[in-house]
Ligand binder design. Structure first.
Ligand code: KG4
Ligand code: ZN
Length: 427
């Protein structure tokens, strides 16, 4: 339904910028234009989009390489890099779009949740921008933007189930409208990407020739392909908790203990690449995938039991950096096939943080006239807002319902999987 044009990459930049410039000129008469800005974590992103979802221009600066070298995100470093890059990134996105500041209908920026120091840079920049150019401002909830990105690419109607898994988030929610989300579960400690990043660091995978420049999660996925997951058996997290929450810290502890044991057996120091890294990667990836799939399965059963999903084409949307993992996608596909849901994962570049998803959320809000502020209004960022906010929005369904309903749903599903033909053998 929505047209889509890829961003102007370095090299092809000039050519595309010209095409888009003409296109933008024609569209400016009929379509409102939104500038989206993202700085909630370690990506500085900006994009200009028209009301139909056409990306007119975008630019992205990733800090991942820097943080990989320092062994994790140092907030003050992230802040400095956002500060150094945001002006250039916004300017690039604007130039590539061929749109002038005066042609913009609004500026949409992530204000929650995220790293305070990072959010602050994006918000300060945006508030100055909207004051200078007298444009409406649309504050964006980062998780809502992740959840809705798929609608930019294809028509997905509400309500749908959404699983967001990345380095900073892990949650299951029912998307009922652009600003109406029912939170079904979230991580009680760390996010799966964070767990895999930490395991990768503990294994010193940065020293592995195949993994020196990639994230921990990607490294685990690549090494796992040549590993035997059955060489290490990790106990699945939260086996006795009949709800849709996640927990990965205990699993990470198990993996760390196995690594320590192996180091002792092989008589090597911490920091040395173990001979069994592939097997540990495979077992870790499988344990993470199984946990995610099990909680998602429970959320699906809950939604079915409560009639929360449409009978026609019920859909599970999966996004966030970890959603690019093919093994996890494959296991989730078994869950959706078994339960009769349609599985949708945006392409990897839209699963990770970027300005496009923020611009799209701005477009959705502009179209519905929701959450649009004047350039004179005070706005603050909220680093840890999302769980209480999303809970506040739950109407008529108390917090405990997923666990209560699913305790029963889970048991019956073990005896007779719904949808029937394929048995779930993940746990
Ligand atoms: O969404 P994202 O770019 O940033 C936020 O965390 O918000 O996700 C980054 C996370 C990192 O933890 C990274 O290790 C993980 O996503 N990741 C993966 C894969 N690619 C990235 N995890 C597992 N498999 C992958 N292929
Ligand atoms: Zn994100």
């Amino acid at each position: 339904m929505f047209a889509f044009k890829a961003s102007a990459q370095q090299g092809t930049h000039m050519f595309r910028a010209k095409i888009l410039s003409k296109c933008a000129f024609r569209r400016k008469m009929s379509s409102r234009l939104v500038l989206g800005i993202e700085t909630s974590c370690d990506e500085t992103g900006a994009a200009v989009m028209d009301e139909t979802g056409l990306i007119l221009g975008e630019s992205l600066h990733s800090q991942k390489e820097v943080h990989l070298k320092t062994g994790g995100i140092i907030p003050t470093v992230a802040q400095r890099l956002h500060r150094e890059n945001i002006g250039r990134i916004v300017q690039e996105a604007m130039e590539r779009s061929g749109v002038t500041q005066s042609q913009l209908s609004a500026v949409a920026t992530t204000v929650k949740p995220g790293l305070a120091l990072s959010l602050g840079i994006g918000l300060d920049f945006s508030l100055n921008f909207v004051k200078l150019h007298q444009k409406p401002f649309i504050p964006i909830h980062h998780m809502e933007a992740h959840a809705l990105t798929v609608r930019m690419l294809q028509p997905v109607v509400f309500p749908f189930l959404v699983l967001l898994v990345s380095g900073g988030h892990s949650l299951l929610a029912l998307a009922r409208g652009i600003d109406d989300f029912l939170l079904l579960g979230q991580t009680l400690d760390e996010a799966p990407g964070d767990t895999m990043d930490k395991v990768a660091r503990r294994l010193s995978l940065i020293k592995h020739p195949k993994c020196s420049m990639i994230s921990g999660g990607q490294a685990i996925e690549i090494l796992a392909r040549d590993g035997n997951r059955l060489k290490f058996l990790f106990k699945p997290p939260m086996g006795a908790h009949y709800d849709c929450n996640f927990s990965f810290a205990g699993l990470r502890n198990q993996v760390t203990m196995s690594i320590q044991k192996k180091e002792e057996e092989e008589g090597v120091e911490q920091g040395t690449l173990l001979s069994c890294v592939n097997d540990i990667a495979a077992a870790t990836q499988h344990a993470v995938a199984s946990h995610i799939a099990k909680r998602t399965h429970r959320a699906i059963l809950f939604c079915k039991a409560k009639d929360l999903l449409p009978s026609c084409n019920p859909t599970l949307v999966v996004s966030g950096g970890v959603a690019s993992n093919q093994y996890i996608r494959k296991i989730l596909k078994i869950v959706t096939d078994t339960t009769g849901l349609h599985l949708l994962c945006p392409p990897s570049k839209f699963c990770t943080d970027n300005g496009v998803m923020i611009a799209w959320n701005g477009v959705e809000r502009l179209r519905e006239g929701k959450g649009i502020l004047s350039h004179t209004e005070e706005v603050n960022y909220e680093p840890k807002c999302w769980d209480s906010q999303w809970r506040d929005r739950q109407t008529g369904i108390p917090d405990c319902m997923p666990s209560c309903a699913l305790a029963a749903g889970d048991e019956s599903s073990r005896r007779k999987p719904s949808g029937g033909r394929r048995r779930l053998v993940l746990w």
